[in-house]
Design a protein around this ligand. Structure first.
Ligand SMILES: C[S@@+](CC[C@H](N)C(=O)[O-])C[C@H]1O[C@@H](n2cnc3c(N)ncnc32)[C@H](O)[C@@H]1O
Ligand SMILES: Nc1nc2[nH]cc(C(=O)O)c2c(=O)[nH]1
Ligand code: SF4
Ligand SMILES: [Mg+2]
Length: 213
């Protein structure tokens, strides 16, 4: 059984694939926060910008099998002209609590590339085409390889220097959207860090700038 908060068709807003049309599957639940505002201040991850509870979002629900969920997600890809490879982005919540090889295979059989956004505290199954790891504070990092490491910045207990020697192909710093918390000048700090440490590239949340989701 898979629990999905919401699913939607949009453009990847972040990281090295920003701008690519994708179907998003946002799984419910996370191992670093309950999703309740009352628990935010004491959670392992405190700055989450997302509603991760329940299955009540658009195209959300509970799916009894990998094929049922894969059919549901493939149905969100538009009947559009051209030859672009469809992509599904499994996110959440924490997708690696639910994503398994069966669902990855089911999406591949439907012609989709499979991308994942994870906090890196759980091992990733094989077969993912684009793995984005986004470490959180002092939560243990288990998944130490992938395509991109995308660190939300600044985090007092997660300096970029701790991650920059890991074997990822791309290193992004993403300014912390402080809307859930209030205050801060994370954009200026992130720009300054990238200028001083050129291994890191700036990732802006372009979907928020564009106002698309
Ligand atoms: C909502 S998380 C879900 C996936 C997974 N749990 C994770 O944390 O990577 C999706 C992406 O949004 C980023 N994110 C969450 N809250 C953010 C915020 N306030 N500002 C900037 N990025 C944020 C995460 O770091 C992650 O890269
Ligand atoms: N457009 C858009 N791009 C995204 N890339 C990662 C997202 C996420 O919440 O995982 C996200 C999201 O929520 N929306
Ligand atoms: S790990 Fe990801 S989904 Fe979980 S609370 Fe943090 S940002 Fe949100
Ligand atoms: Mg998001």
């Amino acid at each position: 059984m898979y629990s999905v908060k919401e699913a939607f068709y949009s453009l990847q807003g972040e990281g090295g694939q920003a701008g690519r049309a994708s179907v998003f599957c946002r799984f419910s639940g996370c191992n670093l926060w309950s999703g309740r505002e009352a628990d935010r201040a004491t959670a392992a991850c405190r700055f989450c910008d997302t509603d991760i509870r329940g299955t009540d979002g658009q195209h959300g629900g509970r799916f009894a099998s990998a094929d049922a969920l894969a059919d549901h997600l493939a149905g969100l890809w538009p009947d559009a002209p051209g030859t672009a490879t469809p992509q599904v982005i499994f996110t959440g919540g924490e997708p690696l609590l639910q994503l398994d090889a069966e669902l990855i295979d089911a999406m591949h059989r439907r012609g989709f590339d499979v991308a994942v956004e994870t906090n890196g505290t759980l091992p990733a199954p094989a077969g993912i085409d684009w793995l984005c790891v986004s470490p959180k504070g002092d939560a243990p990092l288990v998944q130490t390889t992938g395509d991109e490491l995308k660190l939300v910045h600044p985090q007092a207990d997660a300096p970029p220097s701790r991650f920059v020697d890991l074997p990822f192909r791309h290193f992004f710093l993403q300014p912390m959207d402080t809307a859930p918390l209030g205050g801060g000048d994370s954009l200026a700090q992130t720009v300054a860090y990238c200028l001083a440490h050129p291994q890191w590239r700036l990732s802006l949340q372009t979907h928020k700038i564009a106002g698309i989701d």
